[in-house]
Design a protein around this ligand. Structure first.
Ligand code: ACO
Length: 399
């Protein structure tokens, strides 16, 4: 047997695989997906078990280090993250140069990229100590940056992190607390947000994770690689779908259009309109995360006493679509983003923060993949082939 690059060199054959529907760019031990059976496992543990029994930080430890932590290990990990939440004061001022109207995803990727200017030593990508401290810094600081992006859009003062609080409670306080009044974390919101973050932690070679790996394959530092991943997540066909779903539901409500009529327009591909939050490259029967999110939507809205007509529209859309041949033939089901927006809205987050929440969720996965790739001595720089279909060689015109 010969490896694929030798085969390509010797034969000149290459495959064209637009959208990488059948190309494995790597081997990985982190996450297993069986799209036909709707199975998702983090390091061998089912997503249902992780979401029910774990916390965001424990699942992050599992993804990054490969095994569940002992109580001491988890305590130490949590403690280290709490100690690194503060941003450099100059970085706090970095936000002053950005407009309040900026989309928080752009703010997030810019600020994460800027982190590497404070930690130049992170360019030693094979130095274990550097990788370790950068991991902690990212986990600790991303939620703070995200909350500042939110506060900036509201024109409110940034709060300093309260490191006596848990990861999620601290994040909620940074977003919803003010200088003027004490802030009480609602345990229902805290638990539900923790669960939603867990569900987003990793999803093997999705567009943003593949971006992190591709950028990281050049031996770019982890901050720059993850900033690139955040930009990839921003698009409405990926993480931006949660914001797009809420916009779609709002438009249906405002226009008074029936759900059936909207679905007809989707089926007719009218101006490329899609049922946002539906369909997945990998899941062809159901997305196991979507099931768990739907359960949370009912629980959280009931516990918060929120009655949102958008949740009713979402449920009606799901029922109509799942009974329709267009969706059945194409194996289109609700994905993780279909119900998340309704929950985030009930928690008080504006739609432009939804994809930022996805980014905080996905961070441990990005870190785990970047580390796995850098620890593999066989990693090659990512460099896809192309099939040239342009002009043949031409003579330069006499002018
Ligand atoms: N609404 C209507 N039709 C759809 C949808 C949808 N949401 N998704 C796919 N289709 C149709 C396509 O138009 C295509 O139809 P055709 O065979 O008549 O041409 C067929 O289903 C196959 O779709 P592809 O685009 O080839 O599927 P692909 O695997 O490339 O795309 C994707 C997957 C991007 C998720 C797609 O389903 C989509 O755009 N969904 C809406 C956006 C979304 O929810 N994104 C979040 C994805 S999950 C995540 O990132 C967390």
């Amino acid at each position: 047997s010969i490896d694929i690059s030798t085969f390509t060199k010797q034969t000149g054959y290459t495959t064209i695989d637009q959208g990488f529907v059948n190309t494995s760019s790597t081997q990985s031990k982190i996450t297993y997906i069986d799209g036909e059976k709707g199975i998702l496992r983090y390091r061998g543990y089912s997503i249902e078990d992780v979401a029910t029994n774990s916390t965001y930080l424990e699942a992050a430890f599992l993804l990054i280090y490969g095994n569940l932590p002992t109580a001491d290990e988890l305590g130490e990990f949590d403690e280290k993250i709490r100690r690194h939440t503060l941003l450099h004061e100059d970085l706090r001022r970095f936000f002053d140069g950005l407009p309040s109207s900026a989309h928080p995803m752009s703010v997030l990727s810019s600020a994460v990229s800027a982190l590497s200017t404070y930690y130049e030593e992170s360019s030693s990508v094979h130095d274990r100590e550097q990788v370790e401290i950068s991991t902690i810094r990212l986990l600790a600081k991303l939620p703070v940056i995200a909350a500042y992006a939110h506060k900036k859009s509201l024109g409110q003062a940034f709060l300093y992190p309260d490191n006596s609080l848990s990861f999620v409670d601290n994040f909620l306080k940074l977003n919803f607390g003010t200088m003027a009044e004490p802030y009480e974390v609602n345990p229902v919101v805290s638990k539900a947000l923790d669960r939603l973050l867990i569900l987003h932690e990793d999803h093997e070679q999705n567009a943003s994770t593949s971006t992190v790996r591709l950028v990281g394959s050049t031996q770019a530092n982890i901050f720059s690689s993850i900033s690139a991943g955040i930009n990839a997540l921003y698009g409405p066909l990926h993480g931006g779908a949660n914001e797009a779903v809420l916009k779609m539901l709002g438009e249906i409500k405002e226009s008074g259009e029936s759900v059936e009529k909207f679905v007809e327009r989707v089926k007719n591909k009218e101006h490329g309109v899609k049922l946002m939050g539906f369909g997945h490259r990998v899941y062809k029967n159901f997305d196991p995360r979507a099931k768990l999110v739907k359960e949370s939507a009912d629980e959280v809205l009931t516990a918060l006493g929120v009655q949102d007509p958008l949740l009713d529209i979402a449920k009606e859309l799901e029922a109509v679509a799942l009974a329709d041949d267009y969706f059945i033939e194409r194996k289109l089901y609700p994905n993780v983003d279909f119900y998340t927006g309704v929950i985030y809205k009930a928690m008080g987050f504006p739609p432009r923060m939804f994809t930022v929440l996805f980014a905080i969720g996905r961070l441990p996965g990005w870190i785990a993949h970047w580390r796995e790739m850098n620890e593999d001595t066989n990693t090659k720089i990512g460099r896809p082939q192309q099939l040239y279909i342009g002009e043949p060689a031409r003579d330069w015109p006499v002018r």
